[in-house]
Design a protein around this ligand. Structure first.
Ligand SMILES: [Zn+2]
Length: 224
């Protein structure tokens, strides 16, 4: 495919929690050599490192709220200047609100970057709940797996690093997942509308095996 910026792929990946957008971002990262920028992970890193941004964030995150837009955009803006973004990037988990989508647009155009597309991954709620409840990760390398949808090729052995230890998140219950889905609908749907209007939105059916969904994304990217 051809890229709007000539030098790489610049994407926003969006979708409710549990739609597999992180996994798909990983697939694209390996294929196109782009950076996968998970803002959730970036935030946790900043807090862990105790950076200025991290310290300001701590209180907001502890209260269960979204990180303030100005901090988010500052963090993302600095991050995409780093060398691993030379061939492009996939933003995962940002923008989450219409206001963030608008500042992102301004920030990118100031840098002369045009988004190639916004991939929205759609999965029915009951499948999402099933997926999240069945989710576990490799303790050693962080690769994520699922009881039903993405088991390691050899049971009990991580495909990526060969590790044997896995962990599950204990705070994932049906109720907390439903709450997160509602939050996503209330805050993030307006960004979907926004990207639909400016012609960037590509909605992809995320129900199915990882490879099948990856092919659908590939097809969606070819659409002009
Ligand atoms: Zn591993």
């Amino acid at each position: 495919m051809s890229f709007k910026n000539g030098n790489g792929l610049h994407l926003v990946m969006t979708g409710a929690p549990g739609t597999g957008k992180g996994t798909q971002a990983g697939v694209l990262k390996r294929k196109y050599g782009v950076a996968h920028l998970s803002t959730g992970e970036m935030l946790r890193e900043e807090v862990k490192k105790g950076t200025e941004i991290g310290n300001q964030l701590k209180d907001h995150l502890a209260a269960g709220g979204f990180a303030p837009d100005d901090l988010m955009i500052k963090m993302v803006s600095a991050r995409i200047e780093e060398p691993d973004c030379a061939k492009g990037f996939i933003l995962d988990g940002f923008p989450r609100t219409l206001a963030q989508a608008e500042v992102l647009q301004t920030m990118l155009s100031n840098k002369g970057i045009t988004l190639d597309a916004v991939i929205e991954i759609i999965v029915p709620d009951d499948v999402i709940i099933d997926r999240i409840l069945g989710r576990y990760t490799c303790v050693t390398c962080g690769e994520s797996y699922s009881d039903k949808y993405h088991k390691p090729k050899v049971e009990g052995v991580c495909d990526v690093c060969g590790g044997h230890k896995f962990s599950r998140r204990l705070d994932d219950t049906k109720e907390t997942i439903e709450r997160r889905l509602n939050k996503y609908r209330n805050f993030t749907y307006p960004t979907i509308e926004y990207y639909k209007q400016n012609g960037l939105l590509r909605s992809v059916d995320g129900n199915g095996p990882v490879e099948v969904v990856a092919q659908r994304i590939e097809q969606a990217l070819k659409k002009e």
